[in-house]
Design a protein. Structure first.
Length: 94
């Protein structure tokens, strides 16, 4: 299965596809990620996020959730179901 997938990707990875995936990746890094961070800051009122930590405890998570408030938590969940689906697709294409 992995060999077949690798062969399929190799056949599809023409110069134009690589260039388009690279351009999409750079645009995403330059435009979408900063705007997503600003939107998260606006919706939650704080710069802190569990996504920006490699390790956190349940106490840390509850503290951040309390800082976010009900509206901030709802916005955070919406962002995870939209942005966090698109970002892995862009990253994988790259």
């Amino acid at each position: 299965m992995a060999t077949q997938l690798s062969a399929w990707l190799y056949r599809r990875s023409t110069g134009w596809v690589v260039l388009a995936a690279t351009a999409l990746f750079v645009l995403f890094l330059g435009l979408v990620l900063p705007s997503q961070a600003a939107r998260a800051r606006q919706n939650t009122g704080v710069d802190e996020s569990p996504d920006s930590s490699f390790v956190y405890s349940s106490d840390d998570l509850y503290r951040v959730a309390e800082l976010y408030g009900p509206e901030g938590r709802a916005a955070y969940i919406r962002a995870r179901f939209t942005f966090d689906v698109i970002w892995p697709l862009v990253y994988t294409a790259f």
